[in-house]
Design a protein around this ligand. Sequence first.
Ligand code: NAP
Length: 281
Amino acid sequence: MAKLSLTSTLRMPSGYEIPVLGYGVYQTPANVAAEVVGHALEVGYRHVDSAVAYRNEAPSAEGIKNSGIPREQIFFTTKIPPKDMNYENAKKHVDNSLEATGFDYVDLYLLHSPYGGKTNRIGAWKALVEGVEAGKIRSIGVSNYGVHHLDELEEYIKSTGEKEGKGKGGILSVNQVELHPWLARKDIVDWCNKRGVILEAYSPIVRATKAEDPLLLPLAKKHNKTTSQILLRWSLQMVSSFFQSTKAQTHTCVGLCTTAEIGNEVTHRGERTTLRLRAFH
Ligand SMILES: NC(=O)c1ccc[n+]([C@@H]2O[C@H](COP(=O)([O-])OP(=O)(O)OC[C@H]3O[C@@H](n4cnc5c(N)ncnc54)[C@H](OP(=O)(O)O)[C@@H]3O)[C@@H](O)[C@H]2O)c1
């Protein structure tokens, strides 16, 4: 694995680049989101993960605009809310997001969760595909999709491409799922890796619940890192991209710290399959 930094990127199936490290604003109150996002950008993050359901698209965008960093250097993600998973509502959300943020385009628009049944899931996806065709979105993807949901979408993309022309069913660029050593989701990881779909790991530090974990503490001590840094490194070595959120500003620099090597030890056995950190140089 090449040396990573906050600005390292990966190429998505859409052809656009995505920064491997993201800054999540889940549970970031709207009244502080602009400031918190501004701070994350100041530290070096270039990827902000919001969602309609987080109710902070507008202030997050404000933080981005206030930073003075050119829009094209920042990657902004938002998501169709689970309760609005159907074609009509998804169409409206795409336009609302542009209006709320004042952006000309969204870098990545995801379906937040596979709710609503097959027809509505495919309908919401169709709305995202049309958003791409209209230049309102650059790349599209899903979140919380298990293998059967991914298979369903792949089948739609394939059959639509055959009927209407290549690419007409859209291009799946990302699946964003909860992923850490206690929830390693090998089936989903394998599905995405096989197809080059970027896997984004959310809750990478297990919502700060494993800080004193006996499996992590010896590793943290050995490498002179915090347990959070060990977990973030695990994410970076396991998957393509991840998110870390912080309501306060104190932890923002952790991503930078984790660019140091931490070795190749076993991190955890929570999912029965033992996972090893690959050696990192
Ligand atoms: N697609 C989805 O359905 C979905 C679901 C959940 C999350 N996500 C995305 O993933 C992001 C992160 O997920 P998450 O917030 O659930 O979990 P997380 O990143 O694993 O944990 C966040 C918690 O960890 C704390 N923290 C952050 N950095 C730390 C550090 N270096 N040391 C110690 N504690 C630290 C934060 O505390 P402070 O608040 O004190 O900073 C916060 O309480 C979200 O913001 C969102 O963008 C997506």
